[in-house]
Design a protein around this ligand. Structure first.
Ligand code: ADP
Ligand code: NI
Length: 214
């Protein structure tokens, strides 16, 4: 059953934990994913309580953020129990965040509509205007250049370059961002992805024109 107090308490807890996070999983990423997930849940008629909690908690067990994943999962479990989420709902929420946080889980088909929605919302935040900004911010933090014309193919690095970890912000578009539109699980997310995808293609056209001095 929907309980606004539980949502608000969870929101404050996550905000406190991630407000000063620097890996691209900061609080405002969570807040955007949460808002987008609400939009998708309404359009797809999903269980909003499950979707909202899973969206708010989805990065708390990411191995880029925590050193001990099992401990992080335990912590989320205790939190949910503490605020009064039923064990059945807790299990659903944990299953969602565990599946979508796994690297390999990206290709795994998600069982429930709620899981699909949280993954879609997370992916929508990686494309469009925000996605472009996150990509350049991440590349900058890694020391990658905006673009590297020396890398053999624009579309995909060679194996060797890839192994050496050579990439650029613009290469990441081809490695990942431009593929996300076709990976959306729900119709509502696919629709939102269209515009964001078109904007990225437009952006790249401008980028390469300016790169050549046109
Ligand atoms: P997720 O939010 O799904 O865990 P990641 O942690 O892989 O995604 O990435 C966080 C953000 O940084 C995303 O917007 C992603 O596109 C971007 N990013 C990840 N890897 C790179 C990279 N090699 N170059 C540029 N941006 C990247
Ligand atoms: Ni995320």
């Amino acid at each position: 059953m929907y309980n606004e107090t539980i949502i608000n308490d969870t929101k404050e807890m996550v905000r406190g934990k991630l407000l000063n996070e620097g890996t691209g999983h900061d609080w405002y990423h969570i807040e955007r994913v949460w808002k987008t997930a609400v939009t998708l849940a309404e359009k797809e008629k999903a269980n909003r309580f499950i979707v909202e909690l899973a969206a708010l908690l989805h990065d708390l067990i990411d191995d880029k953020l925590v050193s001990n994943k099992d401990e992080a999962v335990q912590e989320v479990m205790y939190w949910l129990e503490g605020v009064g989420v039923t064990s059945k709902d807790s299990e659903r929420i944990l299953e969602i965040i565990e599946t979508i946080s796994f690297k390999g889980g990206n290709s795994k088909k998600l069982h429930t509509l709620e899981a699909q929605i949280v993954q879609d919302a997370d992916r929508l935040d990686a494309i469009g205007a925000i996605g472009i900004a996150r990509c350049f911010a991440y590349a900058g933090s890694k020391g990658d250049p905006l673009f590297d014309p020396e890398l053999s193919v624009r579309e995909k690095n060679t194996e060797e370059e890839y192994r050496k970890g050579k990439s650029s912000a613009v290469h990441h578009f081809y490695e990942k961002l431009l593929k996300l539109k076709d990976l959306m699980n729900t119709g509502a997310a696919r629709e939102m992805a269209e515009e964001r995808h078109a904007f990225m293609e437009d952006y790249l056209t401008h980028f390469f024109n300016e790169w050549e001095g046109h």
